[in-house]
Design a binder for this molecule. Structure first.
Ligand code: SAH
Ligand code: SF4
Ligand code: F3S
Length: 437
């Protein structure tokens, strides 16, 4: 029985794909290795969204070279977005890699490994075929109370900086029926919270029958017996609809949390990014969201140092962040991705300035997060218990429907339960409280 170890880089979509891949391999008789050095098959599910994400994969591949020389029957496989993007090139740079498997071949993984056998070699499996559904066997999960369901694949947006549409292909949605069935089977196994995944989830249903959209999907999944919480990511401001906000307001199981990246607060930069929205449209949208869905939390992503970003553009981003009062924001330094439209523009903001703007934006956000979190002191919040806190194993951690992290004391037996916690103290990232009966 061969053992396998898979490391995942990148977004939730990749985590979900990794689960599916491992599920398939376990079914074929593989077992999970405790760590990479003990595995017969070492796999990487990779991300190419920024150069740094790719470099992390390359450095791990370099590290494995000596081991492969000592143990030629070791199988090394590169899966996912970097595999799709680089293909053959990976074999040229890292001849000790045996298999490169793109973003649309996960379901073939057991056959591919079989074909490789113990002789190794260079097996390239990259296709442009449209595949929407994969078998949904899952390996035993560390936290069976939470799960991802990929509801659509690919992206049609082609934001000018972004590699995702190039490596994930055109957008295609799974049927409501199939998603509901998967949700039900997860709930039957003890799942309480499901996160629906799509790169641009607001256009869910575009490739399906007319009238099928994210709002109808949320309503359908809400009917799954026993499911306590539903989340969905990622929202795109240009495709967000009133129907979705109304569904959020109306359906108690849908968490009042929106991850809706603004990317920039400067209309000039937003145009260069080909985002299809302005700063004003964005702010109006979140005003509407807050009106229709009381207590909604909004999170954003930002890119600093996009080609041509001036101090003035950056100030506009700071202003948007201050006006929007996000619960939290992820900030990224622009990284040119070969093959994207923006990569043809001069990457003219120096790295030092990108770093500085990145930090300034994080500081502004941190200040807002702290102020917003302080408003929670004294409130009783609902928490889905995830397990022991990383920083202090004696305490438990979980999340509110708004996706805030809560740390509190309690018995480990309540993992996976929904409990009430009274908030007593806060930082910009965490709420601390005490269990209430
Ligand atoms: N589909 C999602 C996630 C895309 S990738 C969405 O549209 O929001 C996650 C984040 O990475 C993006 O929101 C963006 O902020 C950032 N990102 C994407 N490409 C990038 C690049 N070339 N350089 C820096 N950040 C990037
Ligand atoms: Fe990339 Fe834009 Fe698609 Fe998100 S919506 S994956 S940022 S192209
Ligand atoms: Fe990265 Fe691919 Fe996700 S590029 S962000 S792992 S879709």
């Amino acid at each position: 029985m061969k053992s396998v170890f898979l490391t995942t880089f990148g977004c939730q979509m990749n985590k979900a794909d990794s689960e599916l891949s491992l599920g398939l391999l376990l079914e074929r008789g593989y077992r999970l290795a405790g760590d990479e050095s003990a595995a017969d098959v070492v796999l990487f599910n990779t991300c190419s969204v920024r150069q740094r994400a790719e470099d992390r994969v390359y450095s791990r591949l370099s590290q494995l070279k000596a081991r492969k020389t000592r143990r030629p029957d070791l199988v090394i496989g590169v899966l996912g977005c970097v595999a799709q993007k680089e293909g053959e090139e990976i074999f040229r740079r890292y001849p000790h890699v045996d298999m490169v498997c793109g973003t649309r071949m996960f379901d073939k993984l057991p056959e591919l490994l079989e074909r490789l056998g113990s002789n190794g070699g260079h097996l390239l499996a990259v296709s442009d075929e449209k595949v929407v559904s994969y078998p949904r066997r899952r390996p035993p999960r560390e936290n069976p109370h939470q799960a991802y369901i990929t509801v659509m694949r690919g992206c049609d947006n082609y934001c000018s900086y972004c590699i995702v549409p190039h490596v994930r292909g055109p957008e295609i949605s799974r049927t409501v029926e199939e998603i509901v069935e998967e949700a039900q089977s997860l709930v039957n196994e003890g799942c309480k919270e499901i996160t629906l995944l799509g790169q641009n989830i607001n256009t869910y249903g575009k490739t399906l029958e007319k009238g099928t959209n994210l709002a109808t999907l949320l309503r359908a999944v809400s009917k799954v017996e026993g499911l306590e919480r539903i989340r969905f990511v990622t929202s795109h401001p240009k495709d967000m609809t009133i129907e979705v906000l109304e569904a959020m307001a109306e359906l108690p199981r849908v968490c009042k949390h929106l991850h809706m990246p603004a990317q920039s607060g400067s209309d000039r930069i937003l145009e260069g990014m080909e985002r299809g929205h302005t700063a004003q449209h964005y702010l109006e949208l979140i005003r509407l969201a807050r009106k229709l869905v009381p207590d909604i939390a909004i999170a954003s992503d930002f890119i600093v140092g996009f080609p041509g970003e001036t101090e003035e553009d950056f100030e506009a981003t700071v202003r948007l962040m201050e006006a929007a009062r996000f619960q939290n924001s992820y900030v990224f330094k622009y990284s040119p991705r070969p093959g994207t439209k923006a990569s043809e523009l001069l990457d003219n903001v120096p790295l030092e300035l990108k770093k500085e703007r990145n930090q300034r934006l994080l500081d502004v956000q941190s200040h807002i997060s702290l102020e917003e979190n302080k408003k929670r002191v004294g409130q009783i919040v609902e928490v889905l218990v995830e397990g022991p806190s990383k920083s202090n194993k004696k305490r438990l951690t979980g999340r509110t429907p708004q996706n805030q992290i809560v740390v509190f004391e309690g018995p480990s037996t309540i993992k996976g339960e929904l409990v009430k916690v009274k908030i007593e103290e806060v930082t910009s990232l965490t709420l601390f409280g005490r269990l209430v009966a």
